[in-house]
Design a protein around this ligand. Structure first.
Ligand SMILES: [Zn+2]
Length: 137
């Protein structure tokens, strides 16, 4: 993990080495607290401008994500039903188990595709930070 500065609050923040070249760095605290008043902040407007190009390319990527998610479901869902007795679970717990299994399958595919283990570590760390931020209110 490397250090960089949040483009909004200027505080130092952790950043995975591979993300240092990203156009935009915003800390979890700022992401959690973005509101309408930020539309008057020139730094925030500058960040939106930088993100615009990235967001424009996202539609296509998200469409592909949807296709891959459907393919993974086609490949894994019947096996999941065979291996898990979800009828004994409440609807909520069955949905939770299926969701977890889907996330796991997706991450496994990405790992086999060459994702570095450090990416998972940075995801876990970022999710812990978001959780702590949410608990603080
Ligand atoms: Zn910040």
């Amino acid at each position: 993990m490397e250090k960089t500065n949040c483009m909004l609050c200027k505080e130092e923040m952790d950043c995975p080495e591979k993300m240092l070249a990203a156009k935009v760095h915003i800390c979890n605290s700022c992401i959690e607290n973005i509101s309408e008043k930020d539309l008057d902040n020139p730094d925030f407007l500058n960040i939106l401008k930088k993100l615009d190009g990235t967001i424009k390319g996202m539609d296509k990527k998200l469409e592909k994500c949807d296709k891959v998610a459907n393919e993974i479901t086609n490949m894994e869902f019947n096996l999941f039903l065979k291996e898990n007795d979800i009828k004994s679970l409440s609807r909520k717990n069955a949905a939770r188990k299926a969701f977890t299994e889907g996330s796991f399958s997706t991450l496994s595919f990405i790992m086999f595709g060459g994702m570095e283990e450090e990416f998972l570590d940075s995801m876990l760390k970022a999710m812990k930070e978001v959780k702590v931020q949410k608990e603080k209110g």
